[in-house]
Each structure stands twice: as structure tokens, then as C-alpha cells.
Ligand binder design. Structure first.
Ligand code: FAD
Ligand code: DHB
Length: 389
């Protein structure tokens, strides 16, 4: 078998890249280790930057996003029993959109089906070969058969635990990592959201986030111990703890109900450099991870896809390798800024073990400064709605 680009991973990065390449007449095969239902069953990101909205439009898959997504012009931050609003639209000139990663992935799979794009599910033993030469190929087994796919390029969109990053020799990559001493316990419930905007809360008991997917589907998170498991938390215990971390007027309005999903995610900052090795390009979580505070994970994956698809188009349409040669540099410049924002916003809102009284006062003073200083709010808003690309 032969194609122009083999895309490893059928998550949002791989699917979006596949669809943008298809629109540009560039042929790609997507290899996904899991089944489609498994990929669509994962509850992950919920807040979409304008850049990703534009990419979905460019890929011809933004119809449902525009019809069903909620446009939010602002967000709220709570601390010490009070709450303030940051006007994203006024300060940064753009809103964010509430539309789940699950829905984005579904829209992209539907579009890929309609376009007749080839996706191989349950691809096992995927291995990359010849990346340093001009004739790379990928081997795998699927449905009990061994396959060999020759290609021009490989896009490693296979997430943090994928094989693509590992295909770059250790001597040729530098990894930067920070782990955090807590996780996020998240639940999804068929209840109306507690507010019409997201609420990020810093409390003495730890961080909490009130988010949503639609008018009758809420997503809530609380900071938890890394040693906790979802089964340690009954729904009642979760709701009680969430209430205690919110300002009283918000807690009083909280509508609770049975959870339909409950999971714990560890927090991590991670970047590997470079994002290109010969004919392999890393995209999204395969190359970098951010702590979820501020919702930059999926959005940063999208900016990688933008730079890579532009570079591949330039290569195929103009025989100009400049875009792919500068892919890693361009993507990383934006990645590091998203890393900084997510790290900063995490440090602002969580209670760290062994925090001194002084550390806690510094955190509170920084939140008060954000509340009272418009320049600080503007810098926050520009990062939150997404830096340009
Ligand atoms: P992924 O979504 O990880 O997709 C990679 C795909 O590659 C997967 O489908 C995987 O099955 C496949 N794959 C892996 N190995 C192979 C292989 N060897 N061969 C073939 N296929 C392979 N971000 C936010 O902004 N907000 C959030 O609330 C949020 N919550 C999250 C919760 C969790 C538990 C996790 C893990 C992430 C969360 N993120 C969140 C981050 C966001 O979901 C990711 O940034 C986003 O999924 C990145 O997309 P991706 O396509 O690069 O990687
Ligand atoms: C969601 C997750 C985030 O990390 C965030 O900052 C905002 C919203 C969510 O899942 O809805």
C-alpha cells in the first residue's frame, strides 16, 4: 500500500490533519490503535479557541460546532468566598466556544467517512521505518494481517503514550517535564450548569472548576490527591466537596444528580524538542502535555496541526520545503507559551502540599492583582482565548 502521509493516531490531531490534507488534495491513511467507539467514549477537553474553530471551518466540519457550541464572552474566577468576571471579548477581542472534544472527534470521523478517507482501526504493532531517508514506511498488523504502507511523510499524532516520539533516538531529542503533586477528579452529570460561564475556584480546600457541555450536561472538577481513585469518591462526597470550594451563592445554586462519568487525570507539563525527525513530524500530545487548567491541551494540538498542514501544502503545491523545515521551530514557539500559561494558571489556583502561609498569601495577592488590574486581565484574556497563529 502507498499514500502520501501516514497519520499515526485517530484522535483529534490526527483526524483534523487528515481532513485538512484531504481538502488540499493530499492523500493520507490514519492508523488508530483502538476502536472508533473507544475513541469517541473518552471525555476530555471542552473549551475551544477561535483558532481551532477556524481550522474546523477550513476543514469543512464546523456546522454542528456553530449550531450547538456555546459562545462564552467571559469567564469567572472565585477565591476567598468572592468571585469576579474577566471580559474576554472586550479585553482580547475574541470569545471561547464550549464544544466537547468528543463532538469534534465525531464530526471529524463523520467527515472522513463522507470523504472516503482510509482509517485502519485496531492497528497493532505499528512501527516506523526509514525516517531519515526519502522513502519512509510504516508496518503494522490489523485484522490478523501484516501491512506495509510506503509514504512521503509520517505524522505522529498518537498522544503521550504513542510510539512516534520513541522513534526519535534519545540522543536526538531533549525532554522537559514537570509533574504536579495532585490530580483532577472530574465528573459529568445530566444537570443544568450552575452558571452561564465557567468558574475557576481557588479555595483553602483546593481547586474546583465548574464547566459544561450543554444546557443539561455539566462538567465539574475538583483537585484531589494523586493516590485517590474514582471509586473512593461517591457522587454525594463529590458534590459536597465541590460545594465547599465554591462561593456560597454559587454552591446554593448547584443542581446535583448522578454522575455519568467519573475519572481522575494526573497533571503534567511536558515538551519534547525537536518536533521533527527526518520525515517524522510530532503533533499534539505526542510532543507536549499541559496541565488542564486553562484548557490548552487540545487547542495547542490544533496549532501544531495548522503549522504542519501549511508546511505539507507548501511542499506539495509549491515544491517548497520551507514550511516543513521550520515546522518544529514555529510550533514550539507557541507550545512553550501555552506551557507557560497552563503552568502559571495551575500555580495560581491549586493548593500545593507543604505550602507555607507566605506562599498562600502570595497566591491570594496575585489573584487580587488579577481582579484589580486591567493590564493583568488583558494578558490573561489574550492567553485564555488563544495566542494568534
Ligand atoms: P490523543 O487524543 O491522545 O489521541 C491520540 C490517539 O492515538 C488516540 O486515539 C490513541 O488511541 C492513538 N494511539 C496511541 N498509540 C497509538 C499507536 N501506537 N498506533 C496507533 N494509534 C495510537 N485538554 C483540555 O484542553 N481540557 C481538558 O479538560 C482535558 N482533559 C483531559 C483529560 C484526560 C484524561 C486526558 C488524557 C487529556 C485531557 N486533555 C484536556 C488534553 C486533550 O484531551 C489532549 O490535548 C488532546 O486529546 C490531544 O489530542 P491528540 O490527538 O494529540 O492526542
Ligand atoms: C474544561 C477543562 C479545562 O481544563 C478547562 O480549563 C476548562 C474546561 C472542561 O472539560 O470543560
Amino acid at each position: 500500500m502507498r499514500t502520501q502521509v501516514v497519520i499515526i493516531g485517530g484522535g483529534p490531531s490526527g483526524l483534523l490533519l487528515g481532513q485538512l490534507l484531504h481538502r488540499a488534495g493530499i492523500d493520507a491513511v490514519v492508523l488508530e490503535r483502538k476502536t472508533r467507539d473507544y475513541v469517541l467514549g473518552r471525555i476530555r477537553a471542552g473549551i475551544i479557541e477561535q483558532g481551532l474553530v477556524r481550522l474546523m471551518e477550513e476543514a469543512g466540519v464546523a456546522g454542528r460546532l456553530h449550531a450547538e457550541g456555546f459562545v462564552h464572552d467571559g469567564t469567572r474566577i472565585a477565591f476567598g468566598g468572592e468571585m469576579f468576571h474577566i471580559d474576554l471579548a472586550r479585553l482580547a477581542g475574541a470569545p471561547v466556544t464550549v464544544y466537547g472534544q468528543t463532538e469534534i472527534t465525531r464530526d471529524l470521523y463523520d467527515a472522513r467517512d463522507a470523504a472516503g478517507g482510509q482509517t485502519i482501526f485496531e492497528a497493532q504493532d505499528v512501527a516506523l521505518h526509514g525516517l531519515e531517508g526519502d522513502h519512509p514506511f510504516v508496518t503494522l498488523t490489523a485484522g490478523g494481517q501484516s501491512l506495509r504502507i510506503a509514504c512521503d511523510f509520517v505524522a505522529g499524532c498518537d498522544g503521550f503514550h504513542g510510539i512516534s516520539r520513541q522513534a526519535i533516538p534519545l540522543s536526538a531529542r531533549q525532554e522537559y517535564e514537570k509533574t504536579y503533586p495532585f490530580g483532577w477528579l472530574g465528573i459529568l452529570s445530566r444537570t443544568p450548569p450552575v452558571a452561564d460561564e465557567l468558574i475557576y475556584a481557588n479555595s483553602d480546600r483546593g481547586f474546583a472548576l465548574c464547566s459544561m457541555r450543554n444546557e443539561n450536561l455539566s462538567r465539574y472538577y475538583i483537585q484531589c490527591a494523586l493516590s485517590d481513585s474514582p471509586s473512593d469518591w461517591t457522587d454525594d462526597a463529590f458534590w459536597q466537596e465541590l460545594r465547599r470550594r465554591l462561593p456560597p451563592e454559587v454552591a446554593d445554586g448547584l443542581v446535583t444528580g448522578p454522575s455519568i462519568d467519573k475519572s481522575i487525570a494526573p497533571l503534567r507539563s511536558f515538551v519534547t524538542e525537536p518536533m521533527r525527525w527526518g520525515r517524522l513530524f510530532l503533533c499534539g500530545d505526542a510532543a507536549h502535555i499541559v496541565p488542564p487548567t486553562g484548557a490548552k491541551g487540545l487547542n495547542t494540538a490544533a496549532s501544531d496541526v495548522h503549522y504542519l498542514h501549511q508546511g505539507l501544502r507548501q511542499f506539495y503545491e509549491e515544491a517548497d520545503p520551507e514550511g516543513i523545515d521550520r515546522y518544529s521551530e514555529r510550533a514550539l514557539l507557541r507550545v512553550w507559551k501555552a506551557e507557560r500559561f497552563s503552568w502559571w494558571f495551575s500555580s495560581l489556583l491549586h493548593v500545593y502540599p507543604h505550602m507555607s502561609g507566605f506562599d498562600r498569601r502570595m497566591q491570594q495577592a496575585e489573584i487580587a492583582f488579577l481582579r484589580d488590574n486591567e493590564s493583568q486581565q488583558r494578558a490573561f484574556a489574550e492567553n485564555y482565548v488563544g495566542l494568534p497563529y
